[in-house]
Ligand binder design. Structure first.
Ligand code: SF4
Length: 306
């Protein structure tokens, strides 16, 4: 993408469903909080993602600064709304993709990049990596932005956070989230049917859902919808280790009985394809992006830090 075309996207920004329409080349910012230049906190070889994304050596995860959704429980708050990160030119971004590939990354894992999609697309065109490229987002995606990225994306990894408009309003001030996310994941499932090579997923969609303590019935509603509309076309990743960033060690968690109830419910619905996070004894950790390696060393190896 040429410079002028690129900056046109940011001068009147409608890259996500917030549709702020602001000129990000000025000092004005939309809900994502970001300007024209891409910012990111770090790139790591990350073993914490789902097996098809992480493979053996880890995904090449790049954590972008800014987010247009802004969940009030976000564990990446330092970068999603806290503004932590350093600037990267499009050329530097392309260099980082190539470096991750050289370091052995199994995939390029783009974590929350919708608000800088035109720059990411341009960098991907420059880098032309051979490993699968993963769009790892919140599910709050504009169809026009999906049009822009689709030719360069191999695997979609969207969240499907809630199908309750009222819940979406309370959690991230986006009552349109259910309609937007449903349309986005259905569209992804049509454009990216599951495809395997030598037993390894090379194209497709993995839909993530995080079960929140106290909201299991809402999760069941969502899983019913998933079973009806997506189960035969995508993989499900059910996550149960909710991190209550404000509650600390006393925050609520999904207990063993609730975990078993969810596993039984998946059986009832006939959902067989996918992944379910273990319900561990240890409390999940919160990444600290100010460190070279924001994650425990068993989970990630740092490649670049801002
Ligand atoms: S990407 Fe940012 S500025 Fe653009 S519409 Fe979304 S929140 Fe607004």
């Amino acid at each position: 993408m040429k410079d002028e075309e690129l900056s046109a996207y940011y001068r009147n920004c409608h890259l996500c469903p917030r549709n702020c329409g602001v000129d990000r080349s000025s000092l004005v910012r939309g809900i994502c909080g970001e300007g024209v230049v891409v910012r990111a906190a770090c790139a790591v070889l990350h073993r914490g993602e789902e097996p098809p994304i992480a493979g053996e050596k880890g995904s090449g995860a790049l954590f972008f600064t800014g987010c247009s959704l802004g969940c009030n429980f976000c564990q990446n708050r330092q970068i999603s709304s806290g503004g932590y990160g350093g600037e990267l030119t499009v050329e530097e971004l392309a260099g980082l993709f190539s470096r991750l590939e050289k370091e052995g990354a199994e995939t390029i894992d783009l974590v929350t990049a919708a608000h800088c999609a035109p720059s990411v697309v341009t960098a991907l065109e420059m880098a032309s990596v051979k490993i699968p490229v993963v769009w790892n987002g919140s599910g709050y995606e504009s169809l026009s932005t999906l049009d822009l990225i689709e030719p360069l994306i191999d695997i979609h990894l969207p969240d499907l956070k809630t199908l309750s408009s009222e819940r979406a309003r309370r959690l991230f001030r986006a009552p349109d989230y259910p309609a937007v996310a449903r349309a986005a994941v259905e569209r992804m499932s049509r454009s990216h049917p599951l495809e395997y090579k030598h037993g390894r997923l090379v194209r497709g969609v993995i839909v993530r859902h995080l079960v929140m303590p106290g909201l299991i019935e809402e999760s069941k509603e969502l899983l019913r919808w998933y079973a009806e509309h997506l189960a035969d076309k995508t993989l499900l990743s059910l996550m149960v280790q909710f991190v209550d960033i404000d509650g600390g060690d006393d925050g609520p968690v999904i207990d063993e009985a609730q975990y078993d109830e969810l596993v039984d419910f998946l059986d009832e619905l006939g959902i067989e394809e996918g992944f379910i996070q273990e319900s561990g004894d240890e409390r999940p950790w919160i990444p600290d992006f100010t460190r070279d390696n924001p994650f425990p060393s068993a989970f990630s190896r740092p490649v670049w830090h801002c």
